[in-house]
Design a protein around this ligand. Structure first.
Ligand code: HEC
Ligand code: HEC
Ligand code: HEC
Length: 160
């Protein structure tokens, strides 16, 4: 009886935060294994898939699967229709995503602006998205917090 009362007392005085450990957030309270953002993750994995953006974008050569094209079209502003053919990115892959953003500017009327395109591609499908499944949809794999200044930035780098 005595023991039982003690447990009830403990539960009443412990704050909820003491019961659940905080979620591990890369770069905030856990190690960030993709400090260079895009190019760290979009690399050629040993024995795995070739995730490089040059490889991924090379598939957009005018003969891409219509289903893939329709899915991508969802993340493009109204009035802009994708052809499914990407211009060459040989130079652009030296500075990702800054060089992508030069074409994919926020105000472009002919190329999908980068932010909604990125958030759409990586996050919009929720549990069906590979980025959510494999990487918990972590914002901080792209957006890096400067803990001294409290500012956010997106790192740029050459494809590996
Ligand atoms: C931690 C890993 C990771 C990071 C960081 C990341 N991506 Fe991705 N990216 C993925 C995954 C996984 C997919 C596949 C999403 C899916 O199909 O559900 C993807 C898909 C894409 C696609 C679609 C390619 C296609 O043809 O289907 C593009 C383009 C892309 N990423 C660009 C970028 C850019 C640019 C950055 C940086 C701003 C970036 N990614 C950062 C993992 C990542
Ligand atoms: C020279 C300008 C230019 C650069 C640089 C560029 N893009 Fe594009 N991008 C375009 C255009 C134009 C389209 C529309 C193509 C179409 O109609 O299918 C596009 C479309 C896309 C699409 C939708 C799929 C497609 O091909 O239609 C993705 C994803 C994409 N770009 C990602 C990127 C990434 C990531 C980078 C940087 C590595 C990049 N782009 C650099 C011009 C550019
Ligand atoms: C795959 C990389 C990637 C991921 C993951 C990502 N972002 Fe972004 N985000 C970008 C890029 C690229 C930009 C454009 C930056 C620029 O224009 O300087 C951006 C811009 C933004 C902006 C400003 C532009 C806008 O759309 O209003 C906000 C807000 C934002 N992101 C929030 C988030 C949040 C919240 C998450 C997580 C739920 C997230 N992002 C995840 C790549 C990413």
């Amino acid at each position: 009886m005595k023991h039982h009362r003690l447990v009830v007392l403990l539960l009443a005085v412990l704050p909820l935060s003491a019961l659940a450990a905080p979620r591990a957030i890369p770069g905030i309270n856990a190690k960030d294994i993709y400090p260079a953002g895009c190019v760290d993750c979009h690399a050629k994995k040993a024995g795995g898939a070739d995730m490089r953006l040059s490889t991924r974008l090379a598939r957009w050569n005018g003969s891409v699967d219509p289903k893939m094209l329709a899915a991508m079209q969802a993340f493009v502003p109204k009035g802009m229709t994708l052809k499914g053919k990407h211009p060459p990115v040989t130079a652009a892959v030296k500075d990702i995503p800054a060089s992508c953003a030069k074409c994919h500017s926020a105000s472009s009327k002919t190329m999908p602006p980068l932010a909604p395109l990125m958030h759409g591609v990586h996050l919009a499908k929720g549990d069906q998205s590979e980025f959510v499944k494999q990487f918990q949809g972590e914002c901080t794999y792209c957006h890096k917090l400067n803990k001294t200044a409290g500012t956010w930035s997106i790192p740029n780098g050459a494809e590996k």
